[in-house]
Design a protein around this ligand. Structure first.
Ligand code: ADP
Ligand code: MG
Length: 701
């Protein structure tokens, strides 16, 4: 059965060698199966035929039936075009083609009726249609089949130029369906399952999706296909998580010992929020369960994840194990090292720092002491992952700002002990809950949904560069009342040189504007010890202003800083803006985030800035972000490794369906954990098929 659909599309009626290459390279269609699953992204109602006399500028895509009266080429070079005048008895309309001129010219015939499809627009005081789709009407039957809801497929420029239009794809799909007399499209979900979740059979669903009779029949067909898509993604994730927990025993941390208790009673610098307490309870439960923990801790910037990490590490130490915490930048590692050592100074716990900057004798010593168990907590960058870093008995590994690391890095931590240590990954990158289910679907999730008391929401303002006075005033008055200020400049690889120059110029300007203040500068190209020195100076309040690139984006914690000025804020994405804003508002005073831009802004940039001004809720921002970007790749998730491309379903719009599909996957795994029941064979075969083309999760373990 399978063989028919796996046939090369080359042999399908209407394809041939040339088109098959295009279909493959441009649309990834190599087999009949691929073609069937090349789904339209929208439909156009083609049941109505307009008269030329009715055609106006600004109409959506329309169709007319008319004959070509003249056809000729016009213009030269880049202006070369093909023009035709068509007549339907009510008037004359000009058609213009800029692409595929030769091919189209050769095929069009004079004085024959064409079904002409395209969008009327005004050009040179005349309404015409550019790049219309032309179908020669050979019989009245054909008009009939045209006159209905028509699928629109995405096409690339090369496909269009070669005359592969939406109608061509439609015809090719129809040719596949024509073969259905001799074979059937193999079902991809068992019958009992389709009944249980009210899903129509696959052949019907695909037929409707490509050739809907009307709009009413579409939702059920879409539901079937989206459900299936979401179901297999969730099944893959949950199945993987299941296998993993079965494969490994987790270290059992049954004791809450001296360190934890002493710290809790004597060193904890503040009362924990209820959310922090709840999360620590969730973690403790995992650690005592005998299973290896793989938990994601989500909490907005400033929600206090570090203290949770610290107390989790103390549990490991109390049970005789070592712990480590890994952060994505040197600055952040330094800061964790500094905070953790300070908070634990009353306890007999040895904390060390390992980054690329720790070298020579000191590095050797640290490596030795980690290996013989004398170091309890090792803080560092990805330097921790190196093969030369051997722990005596690592029981707990924490990754801060997980979105900066990849799955492979998580995987390396697994191998740092004979049994994998418990893993806690933390992230503040706001990611919509529904998406988290997919991207981090293999992890258990804890959420800190409460900020420490007394925080005032950061006030966010959008200022234009053209009137800097307001900004200067604000900065001066904040500094006068003893606070500190960040100025952040964009720095991206593609425009690194120009960006560095902006930063340097900006720094000089700021030094002049605020000549009576202490101004420092920080960027990624500086040497590590220079960076550290500047950061120390800022922390010690020896600097009033820090001019920096986004090296301070994540994690940096200087509660006395109250103003974050983001220069060229239009160049940052929402997630980044939100992270940067999180660097202020960490103390009890009112803080400000100033988004500085020129007057000229793209619509999307303007919308992003509006969202920032209106909201400080990371989850809200993440959802808005997703809406702006569409359901494609999300900032901060590319690295997670668990990306499945959803072709049909949309993680935001189809949220309910996602939850339903996840539940279905859970139920299946519960009811047939050993995959013994033959009624589910189809499902496991399908999963294996789909996995072949997708990200391989099993490389984690
Ligand atoms: P993030 O979740 O962004 O990593 P941090 O752990 O850096 O946040 O905490 C932000 C700030 O809030 C730090 O200065 C920290 O000391 C402080 N903090 C954390 N928890 C509390 C609390 N329960 N009460 C008061 N301050 C807290
Ligand atoms: Mg943090």
């Amino acid at each position: 059965m399978y063989d028919v659909l796996s046939q090369d599309v080359k042999y399908l009626k209407g394809v041939g060698p040339k088109r098959s290459v295009l279909l493959k390279n441009e649309a990834g269609i190599s087999s009949l199966h691929d073609l069937l699953y090349y789904l339209p992204y929208k439909y156009i109602d083609r049941s109505h035929i307009y008269k030329i006399s009715e055609v106006q500028d600004g109409m959506a895509n329309i169709q007319i039936i008319a004959q070509i009266k003249t056809i000729y080429e016009n213009g030269r070079g880049r202006k070369r075009r093909l023009e035709a005048l068509v007549d339907d008895g009510t008037g004359v309309l000009r058609l213009v083609w800029f692409n595929g001129i030769n091919y189209i010219h050769k095929r069009l015939e004079i004085n024959k009726p064409y079904l002409i499809f395209g969008k009327p627009t005004e050009f040179n005081h005349e309404v015409n249609i550019a790049q219309p789709e032309m179908t020669l009407l050979t019989s009245s039957v054909e008009i009939d089949t045209m006159a209905r809801l028509r699928p629109v497929y995405s096409l690339t420029e090369s496909m269009r130029n070669a005359g592969i239009t939406s109608s061509v794809i439609e015809q090719l799909v129809a040719n596949v369906f024509e073969k259905l007399d001799t074979f059937k499209i193999p079902e991809t979900l068992p019958e009992y399952f389709r009944k249980k979740y009210s899903l129509m059979d696959i052949e019907k669903a695909l037929h409707i999706i490509h050739f809907p009779e009307n709009t009413e029949v579409l939702p059920e067909a879409e539901r079937r296909l989206k459900f299936e898509e979401l179901f297999y993604v969730q099944l893959e994730i949950l199945n993987y998580a299941n296998q993993r927990t079965r494969k490994y025993e987790g270290f059992v941390f049954s004791r809450i010992g001296d360190h934890f208790i002493k710290f809790y009673h004597e060193s904890l610098p503040f009362d924990l929020t209820n959310a922090q307490k709840r999360v620590i309870r969730e973690i403790r439960k995992d650690l005592g369960s005998g299973r290896q923990m793989n938990r994601l801790l989500q909490g907005d910037v400033g929600s206090g994840k570090t203290i949770v990490a610290l107390m989790t590490m103390l549990i490991a130490i109390d049970n005789g194990y070592q712990a480590c915490i890994m952060a994505p930048t040197e600055i952040l590692s330094e800061q964790h090292y500094y905070n953790v050592s300070r908070m634990l100074s009353m306890l007999n716990v040895r904390v060390e720092l390992l980054t690329g900057a720790v070298i020579g004798k000191r590095r050797k010593q640290i490596l030795e002491d980690v290996a013989n168990g004398e170091i309890d907590i090792l803080v560092g960058t990805h330097a921790l992952l190196g093969d030369i870093v051997n722990f005596k008995n690592l029981g707990m590994a924490i990754i801060d700002e997980q979105h900066r690391f990849g799955v492979e890095q998580r995987a390396k931590l697994w191998k740092k002990n004979t049994n994998p240590p418990h893993i806690l990954v933390m992230t503040a990158t706001p990611i919509p809950r529904t998406l988290a289910m997919t991207v981090y679907g293999d992890l258990s999730v804890s959420v800190i949904d409460e900020l420490p008391p007394g925080r005032k929401a950061v006030q966010t303002l959008h200022f234009y560069e053209e009137n800097k006075e307001k900004l200067i005033q604000l900065v001066r008055s904040e500094i006068a009342s003893g606070r500190q200020v960040y100025f952040v400049y964009p720095l991206i690889e593609e425009s690194e040189k120009a960006d560095m120059k902006d930063l340097e110029n900006g720094y000089e300007q700021i030094c002049q504007l605020f000549a009576d203040m202490n101004v420092g500068k920080l960027h990624g190209r500086m040497k590590d010890d220079e960076k550290n020195t500047v950061m120390e100076l800022f922390k010690d309040h020896q600097l009033d202003i820090l001019v920096s690139t986004t090296v301070i984006e994540v994690g940096v914690d200087v509660p006395n800083a109250s103003v974050m000025v983001i220069v060229n804020a239009n160049r940052f994405g929402l997630a980044q803006l939100h992270q940067l804003r999180g660097r202020v508002g960490r103390g009890a005073e009112q803080s400000f985030c100033i988004l500085l831009t020129g007057y000229k802004l793209s619509e999307v940039a303007r919308r992003r800035l509006e969202i920032m001004v209106d909201s400080t809720d990371g989850f809200f921002i993440a959802e808005e972000d997703l809406k702006l970007r569409g359901p494609g790749v999300l900032e901060g998730t590319q690295q997670s490794g668990v990306i499945f491309e959803l072709k049909l379903a949309n993680v935001i719009k189809d949220n309910d369906l996602l939850v339903e599909a996840r539940t279905a996957a859970q139920e299946l795994l519960l009811s047939d954990p050993e995959k013994q029941n033959s009624i589910n064979d189809i499902i496991w075969q399908q999963l294996a098929e789909k996995k072949k083309n997708k990200v391989n999760l099993s490389n984690i373990s």
